[in-house]
Ligand binder design. Structure first.
Ligand code: KIV
Length: 257
C-alpha cells in the first residue's frame, strides 16, 4: 500500500509526525500536518474519564474511527485495537477485520511483543497492516507508570521484541516511555521506523495526544509539551456568544429567516 510505503521511506530521511484524532473536525485539521493519524484508545481517559484504557470498547473505537475517517485524506489512518479484542489469534483476526471493514482505516495497532506475536503474524498473513507498540503498555501496565528500558533485562527484552515485531512484518513501532539510550539503539537496529512518545529525539517520528499538546486535556505527564492554550480561544468564542444572547445582539436580522 502506497501510504505505508511512504512511511517506510521516511526512515533515516525525514521525521514522521503522528497525532491522535477521535473525531472528524479534528482529523480534518490534523490531516494537514500529520503523516499518521492514530485513533488511540487514549480516548478512554481523554473523552470518557476512564481511569484505564482497559474500559474502552470495540464499539467506541469503531464509532470514533468512523467519524475520523471522514476527515482523513492524505494521512495513514491507524486504529488501536482495544484491550480484550486480541487475546488470541482467531479473536484478533475477527476483530481486526471488523475494524478495517467498518472504519476503512489503513492499519491497526496492538500493544505488546513476544506475547502477542502469533496474533500479529496472523493479521499480517491476512494482509492487515499492523503497527506495533512497545515500552510502557497502558492496556496491561501494572502498578505506577514508569519509563522502560532502564535495566539490562528490560533493555534486552525491548530490543528483542522490536526485532521480533519487525520480522513479523509490522510497518512501524510506537515506543512509549522508553529510556533515551534504549530507544536510540532500537531505532538504529531496525529498518522500520520507530515512533516515540516520551522516548527521546532518537526515534524516527513522534506521536502525542492532540488534546494534550493543544492544552485541551489537563495533564502533567513529563513528555507532554503544551504547544497552545486552545482553551483561551474556545472561551473567547463562548463568552462572546453568551454575551450576545444575553444582550439580545444575537441573532440579528442577518442570522434570522
Ligand atoms: O492511545 C493512544 O493514543 C496511543 C498513543 C498515545 C501512542 O497509543
Amino acid at each position: 500500500m502506497k501510504k505505508i510505503k511512504n512511511i517506510l521511506d521516511k526512515k533515516n530521511k525525514s521525521k514522521i509526525v503522528c497525532l491522535t484524532a477521535y473525531s472528524k473536525n479534528f482529523a480534518i485539521e490534523i490531516d494537514r500536518y500529520a503523516d499518521i493519524i492514530l485513533v488511540g484508545d487514549s480516548l478512554g481517559s481523554v473523552l470518557y474519564n476512564y481511569t484505564t484504557t482497559r474500559k474502552v470498547t470495540l464499539t467506541e473505537m469503531i464509532n470514533h474511527s468512523k467519524s475520523v475517517r471522514y476527515g482523513v485524506n492524505k494521512s495513514l489512518m491507524v486504529v488501536d485495537m482495544p484491550y480484550g479484542t486480541y487475546d488470541n489469534p482467531t479473536l484478533a483476526l475477527k476483530n481486526a477485520k471488523k475494524i478495517i471493514k467498518e472504519t476503512k482505516c489503513d492499519a491497526v495497532k496492538l500493544e505488546g511483543g513476544k506475547k502477542i506475536i502469533k496474533q500479529i503474524s496472523l493479521l499480517i498473513k491476512n494482509k492487515i497492516p499492523v503497527m506495533g507498540h512497545l515500552g510502557l503498555l497502558p492496556q496491561t501496565n501494572k502498578g505506577r507508570f514508569r519509563s522502560k528500558g532502564k535495566t539490562f533485562k528490560e533493555k534486552k527484552q525491548l530490543i528483542d521484541d522490536a526485532k521480533l515485531l519487525q520480522n513479523s512484518g509490522v510497518f512501524s513501532i510506537v515506543l512509549e516511555c522508553v529510556k533515551m539510550s534504549t530507544a536510540k539503539q532500537i531505532t538504529q537496529n531496525l529498518d522500520i521506523p520507530t515512533i516515540g512518545i516520551g522516548s527521546s529525539i532518537y526515534c524516527d517520528g513522534q506521536v502525542l495526544v492532540t488534546d494534550d499538546l493543544l492544552g485541551l486535556n489537563e495533564t502533567n505527564i513529563k513528555f507532554v509539551k503544551k504547544f497552545l492554550n486552545i482553551k483561551k480561544f474556545i472561551n473567547l468564542g463562548l463568552k462572546k456568544f453568551a454575551f450576545e444572547v444575553r444582550s439580545k445582539k444575537y441573532p440579528s436580522k442577518k442570522h434570522s429567516y
